[in-house]
Write a protein that binds this ligand. Structure first.
Ligand SMILES: NC(=O)c1ccc[n+]([C@@H]2O[C@H](COP(=O)([O-])OP(=O)(O)OC[C@H]3O[C@@H](n4cnc5c(N)ncnc54)[C@H](O)[C@@H]3O)[C@@H](O)[C@H]2O)c1
Length: 350
């Protein structure tokens, strides 16, 4: 697309924003449920999936929802005002660019793309469209604890921040979840959170790989530690362990000159149990229960932005944030096979 004239005008919206959902697997089905049952001002009008029967099963549970034959048909559909992309990351670039070309606002699940070149192409397409159309699903920006930590950093109450320690743990991953996905699908959340917290880019990444863990026979480096260095010289440790066989835990600890702040202490949020003298509480099985309020807030803010014409919510990650994250992921992936820090290469913003 070369000029703003080629971009269709924003659709005038009916009372409810009619959302089309691409990909109704784990995350897409969860978003369909939240839009249908909890989000105000929106309904799911069309769904599609690589496996049509999956889409039919989901549509059957949602009044007024129909199935489209593929992403192209869904994006072009007259009964779709805005698109939520929840297909695997490798398809996000083409589907997001198709939404931009159709002039439709899109909430794209993270990552924006599986490499910075593709992410940059989305940024360029949005720039050519002449208005913001892409919101990116980094939902931690909408989590209450993350927001409080961001406020504590911004207010200066923690003093000068020098180190941030992050932990990212999943119960297990599916076979075929290779190291690159551990970076682009898992670490990408901490990478965006660091950009969000500190308002400065990550400029170099180093990988620290311990002795092989539970998926060593599949060649997966799990657990792994990524060291991220930011533009002003802060250091972030991101400890990733995605096959713990227990539950989902993400923690962040910020070390400042005047204080230390920690979020993600499940113990503070769940009811602790004391059966038979033992002490403990439940660990969320995965990200859905842990971040349910954040996903709800993210999608509600997106719908509100679509309805009021601002198109991208103030707190939301943008296509540019997705590009910055992809650039840092590229360096992290290279760091897995390189000694020392690998610099992050970032192009100028179009
Ligand atoms: N924000 C978060 O916390 C979070 C959590 C989990 C997953 N995600 C992201 O959501 C996306 C989907 O992940 P998931 O766990 O739901 O995966 P999934 O495999 O469970 O679901 C993906 C679905 O997309 C369908 N699909 C595949 N190719 C397609 C195509 N070209 N067009 C349409 N549909 C297609 C698949 O059949 C499947 O039903 C990924 O980008 C992932 O990184 C985000």
């Amino acid at each position: 697309m070369s000029s703003t004239e080629t971009v269709p005008a924003a659709p005038s919206l009916p009372a409810d924003v009619r959302v089309g959902v691409i990909g109704v697997g784990q995350m897409g089905a969860d978003h369909v449920e939240r839009i249908a049952r909890r989000i105000k001002g929106a309904r799911v009008s069309v769904v599609t999936d690589y496996f049509r029967e999956k889409a039919e099963e989901i549509a059957a549970g949602i009044p007024g929802c129909r199935v489209a034959d593929g992403p192209e048909e869904l994006i072009a559909a007259e009964d779709v005002d805005a698109v939520l992309i929840a297909s695997p990351g490798a398809f996000h670039k083409d589907q997001a660019i198709a939404c931009i070309a159709a002039g439709k606002p899109v909430l794209c699940e993270k990552p924006l793309a599986m490499n910075p070149q593709d992410a940059y192409a989305v940024v360029e397409a949005e720039k050519a469209a002449g208005r913001p159309l892409v919101s990116l699903g980094f939902m931690r920006r909408f989590d209450r604890e993350y927001a409080e930590l961001k406020d504590a950093i911004d207010s200066g109450e923690l003093g000068q921040i020098s180190i941030i320690n992050c932990k990212h743990r999943n119960a297990r991953t599916l076979p075929g979840f290779v190291d690159a996905m551990m970076v682009y699908d898992s670490a990408v959340h901490e990478i965006d959170a660091i950009h969000y917290f500190l308002d400065e880019p990550i400029v170099a990444v180093q990988a620290v790989l311990p002795v092989p863990g539970p998926r060593a026979d599949e060649g997966q480096h799990d657990p792994m530690i990524l060291l991220l260095r930011t533009a002003s010289g802060r250091i972030v440790t991101d400890e990733l362990y995605v096959n713990t066989d227990s539950g989902y835990e993400v923690r962040t600890e910020v070390l400042g000159s005047r204080g230390i702040a920690t979020i993600g202490q499940e113990i503070a949020r769940v009811t602790t149990q004391k059966p038979g003298g033992a002490w403990g509480g439940a660990i969320p099985a995965d990200f859905r229960p842990r971040f349910v309020d954040a996903y709800d807030a993210e999608v509600q803010a997106w719908i509100a932005a679509v309805a009021d014409g601002s198109l991208v919510a103030e707190r939301s990650a943008t296509a540019w944030d997705g590009y910055l994250a992809a650039a840092a992921c590229e360096a992290a992936e290279a760091a897995l096979t390189t000694e020392g820090f690998v610099p992050v290469t970032v192009l100028s913003r179009p």
